[in-house]
Design a protein. Structure first.
Length: 270
């Protein structure tokens, strides 16, 4: 039976995710900076020790605000992928603004020598034109959708559906979807916030139980499945959580799963 693949992905949002809130304060921005100051070095040390490759989705705003930390990810051999410029949810952008934001982020990555293979939408949401843009700009994969769980697939572009009319399927995209889900997203479980209120604060043992069970189910039931974990340096970087990630990596290795950068998965799929 083909082996299971695990993709560790880190959305290095830093300040950008907080700037997308309606009301941002200096204290919120400092919470974002923790991801660059503490989270990234701590994650890189763990990945180095475990000899595991990973994918970092980095907004252009982060590339330009934290060039040394971004460079350290590249220098360690990990993949840098596209995560918008300023972490604005595309579902609320005009098509012109969305294109300009995407191109500005591409330019920021190109200035450090990166032609990204993959895209993840900020906030895991889409506008009506996002997938077309992803295809037009030549990405090999997207990782924003929850249509499937363990099987990469070609997402559809141009679906038509409403309350009055059933689904009319669009065409298949030329790129792969490497699906994500909120259950495997550290922000959802751990990140506290006052306004808008987010409970956060989950025990890592609770999250590890969920994250391990997803891998175990896939490994037992899906041939050659691909499981994507989505994390944020400013969230997973805390001591008790990085310990959990270390334990998760150990479990994946114990069951014989292999770690791959998402771009390598997309290239392997052809
Ligand atoms: Zn993000």
């Amino acid at each position: 039976m083909p082996h299971s693949t695990v993709c560790l992905s880190f959305d290095f949002d830093a300040l950008s995710v907080w700037l997308a809130y309606d009301r941002v304060t200096p204290a919120m921005l400092n919470r974002g900076e923790y991801g660059a100051r503490v989270g990234v070095p701590r994650i890189l040390e763990l990945l180095r020790r475990r000899e595991v490759p990973a994918t970092f989705f980095v907004p252009g705003h982060t590339v330009e605000s934290f060039p040394d930390e971004t460079e350290s990810i590249l220098a360690a051999g990990h993949e840098l992928a596209h995560h918008s410029y300023a972490h604005v949810d595309p579902s609320g952008q005009s098509p012109e603004d969305e294109r300009a934001d995407m191109e500005r982020a591409l330019a920021a990555l190109e200035r450090i020598g990166v032609r990204p293979l993959g895209f993840r939408s900020p906030s895991a949401d889409l506008s009506a034109v996002t997938l077309e843009l992803v295809e037009e700009l030549g990405f090999l994969y997207d990782s924003s959708l929850m249509t499937d769980d363990y099987r990469p697939f070609r997402p559809r572009i141009g679906d038509r559906v409403s309350r009055d009319s059933p689904l009319e399927r669009g065409r298949e995209a030329r790129f792969w979807e490497l699906p994500m889900c909120f259950e495997l997203d550290d922000w959802v479980h751990f990140q506290f916030n006052f306004d808008p209120y987010r409970k956060g604060g989950a025990a890592p043992s609770h999250v590890l139980e969920i994250w391990r069970a997803e891998l175990d189910f896939m490994d037992a039931n899906v041939e050659g499945g691909v499981l994507t974990y989505c994390m944020h340096p400013q969230v997973i970087g805390r001591g008790h959580r990085i310990t959990m990630l270390d334990q998760l990596i150990g479990h994946c290795l114990d069951v014989g799963a292999r770690f791959e950068r998402m771009g390598d998965v997309a290239q392997r799929l052809g």
